[in-house]
Design a protein around this ligand. Sequence first.
Ligand SMILES: N[C@@H](CCC(=O)N[C@@H](CS)C(=O)NCC(=O)O)C(=O)O
Length: 77
Amino acid sequence: MDNLTLYYSPFCPFSQKVLRYMENNNITLEMKDTNDPENRGKLVEVGGKYQVPCLFINGKPLYESDDIIEYLGQNAK
Ligand SMILES: N[C@@H](CCC(=O)N[C@@H](CS)C(=O)NCC(=O)O)C(=O)O
């Protein structure tokens, strides 16, 4: 199983879409709210830009909510 961390903002509709998918499919993983400046800084440092949601897969960033949902559907149970 890959090491997964989701960077998200509770106010972002694209983040909410991913969170809803996770809830509906009983998927839990490490979460980082980017309203915390430390988490926001880490996302920009590693990903190269601020955009949520972003799923870190073994430390590598995957942006785009649809791509994240597709990945979770295939890899996270
Ligand atoms: N196409 C992207 C859109 C994501 C997006 O636009 N997220 C907004 C927040 S809702 C964002 O991070 N905007 C950059 C910013 O706020 O600087 C997706 O589906 O994940």
